[in-house]
Design a protein. Structure first.
Length: 318
């Protein structure tokens, strides 16, 4: 990895990319000042210096808390069990969560009922249905929502992906399992698979998943079968995957190696090139999250090195 150089960090195009991202970011958080204002940055740096000089860390904690929005329009919904993931459906009508219970559970909330007065006094009124997911190892790892807002899929330490329907039908709690092939490189008992990250493509016809031991999976949602199964050479766990916005032709994957790979899904799994078209290298530790912008060329990544990076698909790492 030492010989990989990223030419995009200090170039003119990289500066334009950062400026384009800042122009989209909000300049304030409600009544709070902007996080990147000179006054706040100076105050934060002074607080960090005070902590290093042995002064109380309470000042730094209070200053960091001042950036958190203090306005809450509705009463928070309390859950007795650990909630590991939650996301809105693309149409904004539902909020879906996964929690660690005796039987791991999916809860689907009606967005309209989350903000009315009855839900403020009794938050359970907003819950449309609860779906139990069986055959889950420890807890649900990831939750993916289809682009048409009709289906959800969850992954765990097991050899299947569980798919459920998102709608207002309180009685429809059917769960369909998509079996996964055994992982020959897994050191866990029975060569179990663990899909750490799962995403639908732009038309919900495919799912792209990143698994343990460097495996990448392409799943057909119509037949509910694994179409392609690729083992990468480094065998590092894949922690994050993402499709390019509005297109199923390009996808990204990153894991413990710290390198993000870009894949042409039209060539994914082909014998000659397998579909990888480029790499982004720059994180010191494993990649934890990947997202793409609507412009079709900007990629955002965060990693365990506490860094967030922006990339341009027109400039791969050499």
């Amino acid at each position: 990895m030492d010989d990989i150089v990223n030419p995009t960090i200090s170039t003119k195009k990289a500066t334009e990319l950062r400026n384009r991202f800042k122009s989209r970011a909000p300049k304030s958080y409600g009544p709070k000042e902007a996080l990147w204002s000179k006054a706040n940055r100076g105050c934060l740096l002074r607080s960090r210096l005070d902590c290093r000089n042995g002064k109380s860390k309470k000042n730094l904690e209070n200053h960091c808390l001042s950036f958190i929005p203090s306005i809450c329009k509705t009463r928070p919904i309390c859950n007795r069990y650990r909630v590991f993931s939650g996301t809105w459906t693309p149409n904004g009508k539902f909020f879906v969560t996964s929690s660690q219970k005796e039987c791991n559970q999916i809860e689907i909330y009606d967005a309209n009922n989350l903000t009315n007065e009855q839900s403020d006094t009794n938050p359970s009124r907003a819950i449309i249905k609860k779906i139990n997911i069986e055959d889950v190892g420890w807890a649900i790892i990831d939750l993916a929502i289809s682009s048409d807002s009709k289906y959800g899929a969850v992954t765990s330490w097991c050899n299947n992906i569980s798919v459920f329907r998102i709608d207002n039908d309180r009685t429809d709690k059917t769960v369909q399992n998509i079996p996964l092939p055994l992982n020959p490189h897994s050191h866990h008992h029975g060569h179990r698979s663990a899909v750490f990250s799962l995403r639908y493509n732009h038309d919900s016809s495919k799912m792209f998943g990143g698994s343990n031991s460097g495996r990448l999976l392409l799943i057909d949602t119509a037949t509910q079968k694994v179409m392609k199964d690729i083992d990468q050479k480094n065998q590092d766990d894949v922690n994050a995957v993402c499709y390019q916005k509005f297109s199923g032709n390009m996808a990204f994957a990153g894991g413990d190696s710290g390198v993000v790979s870009c894949w042409d899904m039209r060539l994914f799994g082909s014998k000659r090139e397998k579909g990888v078209v480029g790499y982004f290298a720059g994180h010191e530790h494993g990649v934890a999250y990947i997202d793409t912008a609507h412009d079709g060329r900007t990629v955002l990544t965060s990693a365990k090195d506490q860094a967030i990076k922006l990339w341009d698909v027109r400039m791969f790492t050499r």
